[in-house]
Design a protein around this ligand. Sequence first.
Ligand SMILES: *Cc1c(COP(=O)(O)O)cnc(C)c1O
Length: 480
Amino acid sequence: MTAAPPDRGEDPRRRIPRTDDLLALPEVVDARTRLSETVLRSLVTHAQSRARSGEINPEDVTPAVRAAVASRNATILRPVLNATGVVVHTNLGRAPLPPAAVEAVVASSGYVDVELDLVSGQRAKRGTGTRQALLAAVPAAVHAAVPEGLDALVVNNGAAALVLATTALAGTGELIVSRGELVEIGAGFRLPDLITSTGTRLREVGTTNRTHQADYADAIGPQTTGLLKVHPSNFRVDGFTSSVSIAELRTLADEEAAGRGDGRPLPLIVDIGSGLLTPDPLLPDEPDLAGALTAGADVVIASGDKLLGGPQAGILLGRRRTIQRLATHPLARAVRADKLTLAALEATLTGGPSPVARSLHADPARLRERADRLAAAVGAPVVAHEGRVGGGGAPGVPLAGWAVRLPEELAPLLRTGEPAVLPRVHDGACLVDLRCIPEPDDGRLADAARAAQARLASKNSSRSPGSTGDHPDQSHGSGR
Ligand SMILES: *Cc1c(COP(=O)(O)O)cnc(C)c1O
């Protein structure tokens, strides 16, 4: 409890404006079209409680409510300028959507013909455009390599795609997988736990660093219902290693079919993780959808928001009959993609280069010019700085570039500024890498950096012995 000041007879808290009066402020009334009553009330209550606790003066409550209403958006998610040099940054929502995908999201946000044929007026297959865009993105040679034909299915995310494929194809039987591929993706999320959660059993073969074709062959038995290959996206095993290729696994699956009563080959499920459509010379160790299909996968799984550069989605691309089995499994309905995702993914596939592709392939000379300009604006040096692919992809690949080196204390001020900027804190410095900043935002970034420098300078100059310089009581309460 804050004690009332002793030199006044009246409790200043009595001067705090009443809730109804604050809710009747013209700015609050106008905001009712974009903010709910609950949100507006909470902003009012928050300002009142700041005054009650002595953090602000009662006279400052009305201006505080006005400011809070003006700056409150419908979401508290804040756009961030990614100055880390990490292209697919998981904590920043992975891939930033390409402009064409943003347009598609807006266009499909109302009623759309996502499951309707406008010509006949009949119900139609969901997400046909996205499916066609995925199939069109696969090179003709791959289509030719799969006589049965290809099909595609889009679900909520990569994890959903994996659990759908393993459940629908391997059921409660045994899925054979290499020990070297039982990976934890991030935040404690482990693929083996996901796969076994629906009752599919995993039969691990080989060792962490080496697995041979014979290991799979020896493990195959009547209980086997599939073969799984997972790209261990976020780590590399160097040295004495070997793994079995998709083509070798295809051979095994086909040989097995010949020896089985039903003559059906074992399904070969391949999870490539990142979602490159075709090989990228910059990332020689990253598998791609086209390559995995040509090598003989029945179904290939990839995420939409990693290297593909689109919305969160799980992409299943594979042989026609396999995809049909997946699409008709009951679990498919539980993991289906929404219309916004379908639209954004289609636009990502049919539109120009994605921001992810641009950042990944940014010209180092151009990055240097931009860094030099920022360095001149803020009076700081440029240092060599390696970016990363991120998002659990291509762990060993450095992306040569540059950063402006600022004092470490600037980092929190950049993060909490407007616009918010996320730099990399490393080696006792605040490093600002322009790789993932859209070039038109360079000016805003420079302004944000200068504003942070000014805040740091005023913070340092107001700092006196025995004072922290930034306590709310001093920054707000004594200004009158
Ligand atoms: C990222 C990843 C996943 C999970 O995909 P999400 O889209 O994050 O659900 C699954 N498998 C591999 C190999 C991955 O790299």
